[in-house]
Design a protein around this ligand. Structure first.
Ligand code: HGY
Ligand code: MN
Ligand code: MN
Ligand code: MN
Length: 417
């Protein structure tokens, strides 16, 4: 059960899996044969298989394996309680039909970097840890970065207990069914206080590096972003007999709102995406009674984000009045802008040498959640197409290996002084 440190059995590693072996073993887990995309959702069988993989990686290296109270996994080299630890890692879960790299590249690279450190004969003077944060994508319960938010106290156990998946299964029920103790979840300030630096390596989710000669960049900031649920309440009626002027069709209001979101995003410089929709009763020959659409929106700054949301909501309500449709908007989650601290960011720049590109991103990360409590930085590995949250997401093998070397240099520089 989570919350208790598991002892290191001290067995000498029989075989340390290479980057390729780790990647090969992880690749089939939760992969949809038809699309080639991943469905590694929190507390499902695929998630359990990823977690078993992580634990096996820790044990094959003689690292101290630990499961924290929030279901995040840790693999320690050195004393987990000593403090001032250098931590790296990412997540293993995915969005629906996600790519192979978003999350796993950071975890696999972390183990490979630790191996690289050992191969160099570097002697850490600080504890080192690799972490797999649970439920980063929020694909199942609608809230991203659940594991890190719980640890940082940004999500209370009460609120977490109210999260439900599409089948009405609550987060605590899902944890319980997976063999974890939902009673244990909650803020973990002591654990965060033992971290001196957290560095997350991640595949880039855009094309900022694609046209540069550099395979690795450093993150500057994460845009403020959030998720809003739009409920469009109309009236169910017969598709074949209800005159157009008698309809209260929420699909019409929804469709108009999607177009408005696109237009408002273009005008303000924000991003606005309706990527998920639920229709009731979802019958082909009935006007819907309810359309529920989820808006993901992000912008370079808070003012722009507030503006675009207000504009989209206004457009939805105005259209709803015309359609006889009642519109209700609920903010389901929100993450303020993250500006990674300059001290650690600059140190990474020095350790990597040359002029490493520094780039902002609109994608959320556990590193962003932790940045309020812990000195935090990120490395991005070049993505030749920029595609992410899709089975087509990719990164060149040489770039992944350059990422491992960069992370090894960073760990050596930070932990082996
Ligand atoms: O949606 C996101 O930005 C993420 O990758 N959690
Ligand atoms: Mn993602
Ligand atoms: Mn990710
Ligand atoms: Mn009929």
């Amino acid at each position: 059960r989570n919350g208790r440190a598991q002892p290191d059995h001290g067995a000498a590693p029989a075989h340390t899996p290479s980057f390729h072996e780790m990647w090969r073993d992880l690749l089939p887990i939760g992969r949809d044969a038809a699309s080639g995309g991943y469905r590694r959702f929190a507390w499902t069988g695929a998630d359990a298989d990823c977690r078993a993989w992580f634990r096996a990686q820790a044990e094959s290296r003689g690292l101290t394996y630990e499961l924290d109270r929030n279901g995040n996994q840790w693999a320690w080299l050195g004393d987990p309680t000593a403090g001032d630890a250098v931590v790296t890692g990412s997540h293993l879960d995915s969005v629906p039909d996600g790519g192979a790299f978003d999350g796993p590249l950071g975890v696999v690279s972390s183990f490979a970097a630790l191996d690289g450190l050992r191969a160099r004969g570097a002697r850490p003077t600080r504890p080192l840890a690799i972490v797999n944060f649970g439920d980063e994508e929020g694909a199942r319960f609608g809230l991203a970065c659940v594991g890190s938010r719980l640890a940082a106290g940004q999500l209370t156990p009460d609120k977490a207990a109210r999260l439900r998946d599409a089948d009405g299964v609550s987060l605590p029920q899902a944890m319980e069914r997976a063999g974890y103790d939902p009673e244990a979840i909650g803020a973990d300030p002591e654990r965060l206080a033992r971290i001196g630096a957290f560095v997350e390596l991640h595949v880039e989710q855009g094309r900022a590096l694609a046209d540069t000669p550099q395979a690795v960049g450093i993150a500057s900031s994460i845009w403020p972003h959030g998720r809003w649920r739009f409920d469009f309440h109309g009236e169910a009626n017969h598709a074949g007999t209800t005159r157009l002027q008698d309809r209260r069709d929420p699909m019409l209001t929804y469709a108009t709102t999607v177009l408005a979101a696109r237009k408002k995003a273009r005008l303000t410089g924000a991003l606005a995406t309706f990527g998920k929709v639920a229709v009731e009763p979802n019958g082909v020959n009935a006007i819907p009674s309810l359309v529920r659409g989820w808006l993901d929106s992000r912008a370079p700054d808070q003012t722009t984000l507030d503006l675009v949301i207000a504009e989209i909501e206004k457009a939805a309500v105005e259209r709803g009045e015309r359609d006889g449709v009642d519109v209700r908007v609920t903010r389901e989650s929100f993450t303020p802008v993250v500006e990674f601290g300059h001290a650690l960011r600059d140190e990474l720049g020095r350790l990597l040498g040359g002029d490493v590109p520094v780039l902002g991103t609109g994608a959320g990360h556990d590193a962003g959640i932790l940045s309020g409590d812990v000195p935090t930085a990120m490395l991005f590995v070049r993505n030749p197409t920029g595609v992410s949250h899709s089975p087509a997401e990719t990164a060149a093998e040489d770039d992944c290996l350059a990422g491992v070397i960069a992370l090894t240099d960073v760990l050596e520089g930070l932990a082996c002084r």
